[in-house]
Design a protein around this ligand. Sequence first.
Ligand code: GDP
Length: 426
Amino acid sequence: MSAVVVVGAQWGDEGKGKVVDLYAPYADLVVRYAGGANAGHTLVVGGEKQILHLIPSGILHEQTRCIVGQGTVIDPAVFLQEIETLNERGVGTEGRLLVSQRAHVVLPHHKLIDGLREKKSGGAIGTTKRGIGPCYEDKVARRGVRIGDLLDADRLRAKLDANLECWRPVAEDLGGTLPSTDEIVTQYTELGEALRGYIGDAGSIIRASIKADEKILLEGAQGTMLDIDNGTYPFVTSSNAVAGGACAGAGIGPTHIRSAIGIAKAYTTRVGGGPFPTELQDETGQKLRDAGAEYGSTTGRPRRCGWLDLVALRHAVAVNGLNELAITKLDVLSVLPKLEVCVAYELDGERLAFPPYERIEEAQPIYETLEGWSDDLTACRTRGDLPPAAQQYLGRIEQEVGCRVGVVSVGPDREDTADLRDPFRG
Ligand code: GDP
């Protein structure tokens, strides 16, 4: 069993980019298995910032090959732009990067509809307006266009004619005008040609890699609480962000996965609408936002901030079958003298250890107060280097959610990491 899944254990933006970047040198192959360009992974290497939306963060390690799996949805222009940016920075992509021919294509009208709907609803769901939702709608309705279709103009045209017909009344109702089939065919066959060398049968390559006993890192997008089935529906993304989604999204069986590592911030953030029991709409929340630079890497939107929600994290440990947690941004908590962690919810006078699915917005957090610390943690390289209060904080997480903490991130840079270990070790 050679595959390890890395999954967001909260509402996304947990710092998956950094953690995958730390694990990538141990992997032969990194596979992104869900989501689209709505995810933004921020990597800081040698002080230089690099934001990747579609290409797995493993690309920055020369010996690592990267695959964007069939469970993702691809905006080909964004994908091409990322390749060009990486190439300009001296990061080679040829022969090391492949996108599944079965990944669905985000089309111009997906973005148009996404934007118009968001406007009409007054930003109710808070999507990133990148067309991800409408693209997944087409996929499930079995009328989607896949990356492989961009290499065959006739096939693309036929699929687009049928696809646009379905969206026409929706666009008209929202006051928008759809692009023509011709416009899309011209633009997207060009993009297909530019990407031809990167498009292939990803699933069979991943399976061959498994057969060769290579080490595979399966990288999720967004987070568990945004998963379409396991999250705070309907305030969720349109795909299976959880570890289980890695099998379908990469095209492999569950028997090949050896472990699942959940990434969680030392506090909680959420972007867009939807329930967030531990949200802090006060000065403390603003302190977290400022200290943690909690503004979306894709949209620049301020993120909602709050205390660490161990109920949500317990749920993430359960539904992902997590073997280990990686805790990020522990350094950010140094700005707060006292810390609260939510150990349970209260609803109708009952104490709940797990989220009540239908009524999470009514749940009241039950907090436990823990000692804070004011030390700068960025130089800590092992858990033993952390101040005692920070060690106790991590210990409390482990006790409450029943999962050990492995890596601890204490700053944005690669170097700012404690207890990094090979995720494929026996
Ligand atoms: P992702 O989508 O899960 O990769 O998360 P984002 O990249 O959107 O957000 C993570 C942000 O936090 C990025 O700006 C990272 O550089 C930064 N970051 C990651 N880990 C740490 C950490 O341990 N401490 C601090 N201060 N920043 C971190």
